[in-house]
Design a protein around this ligand. Sequence first.
Ligand code: SAH
Length: 224
Amino acid sequence: MPEKLVALRLRMVKDQIVARGIRDSQIVRAMEIIPRHKFVPYTKPLYAYGDGPLPIGQGQTISQPYITAYMTELLQLRPSDRVLEVGTGSGYQAALLSCVCKEVFSMEIIAAHSARARKVLEELQYTNVHLRLGDGRQGWAEAAPFDRIIVTAAARDRVPPALLQQLGADGRLVIPLGKTVYSQRLLVYSRRDDQLIEEEDLAVRFVPLVEGGDGNLSRKAGVP
Ligand code: SAH
């Protein structure tokens, strides 16, 4: 069984990641190693390496492996970077980031997700990942500024202002933006001196960022 999973993982990386143009060898290598099946509680291990998003409970999904890799590559990570992730979810993206940068600070609004991700990340000894339960739109002021920020749920129409404030000099921020799953785009912001440069990238589909003080969990995920 473990050999079978390793074979599936290597195939996933070859067919879904490398064949589609992800070139960063550190990302590729990390995805060959990280046991993705440990991060997806409702999916049989053999299906964890498929080419699509998977449910992680409470209407939320872990992104398709290619999107996880693609967003990570867009960040243009350097080994010394400290990264803020909004939307810990399963913890898989955090694990990937942790292999390619110095420290990861990841926030999640759903307690059950955060607790589960903590358990898996601890078990697998990703010691440079710090998790916090709370509204990631407020960022993590005590740990700011961040070299890179990645948001893994879609904001409706703008980047949460606190995140831009917590983005350091030469920082890059990647976020899906759009009111509906059909209009979402992946946006990349880069800070140069006092300027913030915006670039638009792929059309994507993400579950929405939870808005409102109480984190309204009854809201349905926006994935069709
Ligand atoms: N990066 C994750 C997948 C993210 S799915 C992974 O690799 O598995 C999006 C996640 O964002 C969900 O877990 C959802 O609960 C979380 N989320 C939504 N709104 C949030 C908010 N305002 N603050 C923090 N997390 C949020």
